[in-house]
Design a protein around this ligand. Structure first.
Ligand SMILES: Cc1cc2nc3c(=O)[nH]c(=O)nc-3n(C[C@H](O)[C@H](O)[C@H](O)COP(=O)(O)OP(=O)(O)OC[C@H]3O[C@@H](n4cnc5c(N)ncnc54)[C@H](O)[C@@H]3O)c2cc1C
Length: 391
């Protein structure tokens, strides 16, 4: 049985950051990873370029049942700290829209950087965990298929269950429950939304069309690209709102967020009365979408012959289109898991379980979920760092 100061389970973004920080403090660190390689989600993230943080990270970019929880860690290790680390390793990066920072080269550079930072930590891959337990007041025991280990601190950094074919697991929730912690019901986030057959029949032929749209659910709204797919709606705007959506919720979509379409059509009626409504709409939206919307709303005549009431009906369908998804594509392709280990049972400063001294949860397994745009990694770095400073 080998003894360590800290055992970290999961060598993803949060686990590697925690290992680095703890190792740099002189701790004897063991990292146990079930996959053959470390950091597999980092590797594929951001289309292989890793959107590693966001220039404008702030607490408003996160969902949690307890929104104050994330402030401490995010403030103490922020986006500028991570950018400084990336710069120290001379990793080239660039800013895309909305402050999203991506590597110019492969995402693997971020993994190599984390491994270099964690130099000296004992990192073991392809390990199957059998059981974890607390032996006595001060010692945890971790049994694997190969051998057993003990440590003063046990850090769970196994992420969420999204994309199970990548080996994602519910391990963190099982450990939480084993030690009496609550878990906020996990659900798929940053995921395309699906619709029933009746709705999809209306969208037939629109698959592949992308428009800039504003989507809203209650007071939450996002403006970004919306993509029509053969199973429903996707694109960044829909992925963002999906993290807030639950069964039965109606989403309001504005397909022309910068234009009041009713006013625009009334004006066009004065100026170009002989034009067809669909031609005017086709100058603002892709032609196939304009045709579908005018035929749905029976507004495909000439402007002069179309009543204002009909124009209003069309404008409502474009500026205030109400859609009710019947589900999502689920964990199979969700980019993140919303929900997770209840933050009410954790210290916001250290990520330690209040009721179980020495047990920590970091990263995506905790009930903190970022918007699309580099925020999920920033949470992984910040929570991993907060924990690595104390374990
Ligand atoms: C396709 C895709 C693209 C993404 N792109 C971005 C992006 O560009 N920017 C961004 O901010 N976020 C992105 N994300 C989200 C981001 O990858 C995660 O939020 C982040 O990786 C979470 O870090 P983590 O360390 O908590 O978990 P993970 O990085 O998932 O790491 C968990 C680790 O634990 C291991 N593990 C699980 N169970 C066990 C077990 N029982 N025993 C041992 N090890 C175990 C896993 O194999 C994994 O290595 C993306 C996600 C996906 C799926």
């Amino acid at each position: 049985m080998s003894q360590f100061d800290v055992i970290i389970i999961g060598a993803g973004a949060a686990g590697l950051m925690c290992a680095a920080k703890a190792k740099q403090r002189g701790r004897k660190v063991l990292v146990l990873e079930q996959a053959a390689e470390v950091g597999r989600k980092i590797f594929i993230s951001g289309g292989g370029r890793c959107n590693f943080t966001n220039h404008y990270t702030s607490p408003e970019n996160f969902l949690s049942a307890n929104p104050r929880f994330l402030v401490s860690a995010l403030t103490r290790y922020n986006q500028h700290d991570f950018i400084a680390l990336v710069d120290k390793y001379e990793i080239q990066w660039h800013e895309r829209k909305f402050g999203q920072l991506f590597c110019l080269g492969p995402a693997k550079q971020i993994i190599d950087m984390l491994l270099a930072e964690a130099k000296g930590a004992d990192i073991r891959t392809a390990v199957t965990l059998k059981a974890v337990s607390k032996k006595d007041r001060d010692q945890f025991s971790v049994e694997t298929d190969r051998c057993s280990f003990t440590s003063e601190a046990l850090v769970i950094a196994t992420g969420g269950p999204s994309i199970p074919k990548m080996g994602s697991s519910t391990f963190a929730y099982q450990v939480a429950q084993q030690f009496g912690l609550q878990v906020v019901e996990p659900r798929a986030g940053l995921v395309p939304l699906t619709f029933d057959n009746k709705f999809m029949a209306r969208l037939e032929g629109l698959s592949g069309i992308s428009v800039n749209a504003k989507v809203a659910l209650g007071k939450t709204r996002f403006t970004d690209a919306l993509l029509f797919t053969h199973r429903g709606l996707s694109g960044p705007a829909i992925l963002q709102i999906s993290s807030y959506w639950s069964g039965g919720d109606i989403i309001t979509v504005d397909l022309l967020p910068d234009i009041n379409l009713f006013d625009y059509l009334k004006e066009a009626k004065q100026r170009q009365p002989k034009k067809d409504v669909v031609t005017i709409l086709g100058s603002l939206l892709p032609a196939r979408l304009a045709q579908r919307m005018t035929s749905w709303t029976e507004s495909n005549g000439r402007l002069a012959e179309t009543s204002n009431k009909t124009l209003q009906r069309l404008a409502d369908h474009i500026n205030r289109w109400q859609v009710t998804p019947d589900g999502s594509e689920g964990m199979r392709i969700a980019e993140v898991t919303v929900g997770g280990v209840d933050t009410n049972g954790l210290s916001s400063k250290t990520m330690e379980a209040s009721a179980v001294p020495g047990l920590y949860f970091i990263g995506e397994c905790v009930d903190v979920t970022g918007h699309l745009g580099g925020f999920n990694f920033q949470w992984a770095w910040a929570s991993g760092h907060a924990c690595g400073e104390v374990v």
